[in-house]
Write a protein that binds this ligand. Structure first.
Ligand SMILES: [Zn+2]
Length: 136
């Protein structure tokens, strides 16, 4: 029986997790650049406060967990590359705030995509379940 988490799309999960930063993110799901993405892709052009960060995308046919893994990985790269110099670490590790967590997937059907501490994989949060993390 599917739980509430598996009913949420990968994009919804990543969007929830971006929300913990409290920044003004937006996603244009039909930008001209979407032609760069393959047909059958979910995603779009990610911006923050009107500043374009880049395209994120995952195959529509992929499972929600796989979509979450792909989109979280791409979004993390964009956010930390573009906003890192301003002091953003996303998502910061709950135990070690100086480093970001990394995307891990258990890889088995029906299991979940996670954020994990790179130093201690016992510290994990499912993608889509981050808690509020104020902007410094
Ligand atoms: Zn850590």
């Amino acid at each position: 029986m599917p739980d509430a988490e598996s009913d949420r799309s990968g994009l919804e999960r990543v969007w929830h997790d971006l929300g913990v930063l409290g920044l003004d993110f937006s996603l244009d799901t039909s930008p001209p650049e979407l032609a760069q993405l393959n047909v059958g892709t979910t995603g779009g052009l990610l911006s923050v406060a009107g500043r374009r960060l880049g395209l994120i995308g995952a195959e529509l046919l992929a499972s929600a967990d796989d979509q979450a893994t792909m989109l979280a990985d791409q979004t993390q790269d964009l956010v930390n590359e573009e906003l890192g110099p301003a002091g953003v670490t996303w998502p910061s590790c709950p135990r070690h705030p100086h480093h970001p967590m990394v995307v891990v997937s258990t890889g088995e059907a029906g299991e979940t995509a996670w954020w994990a501490c790179p130093a201690d994989q016992a510290i994990q949060v499912p993608i889509g379940q981050l808690v509020h993390q104020p902007f410094p």
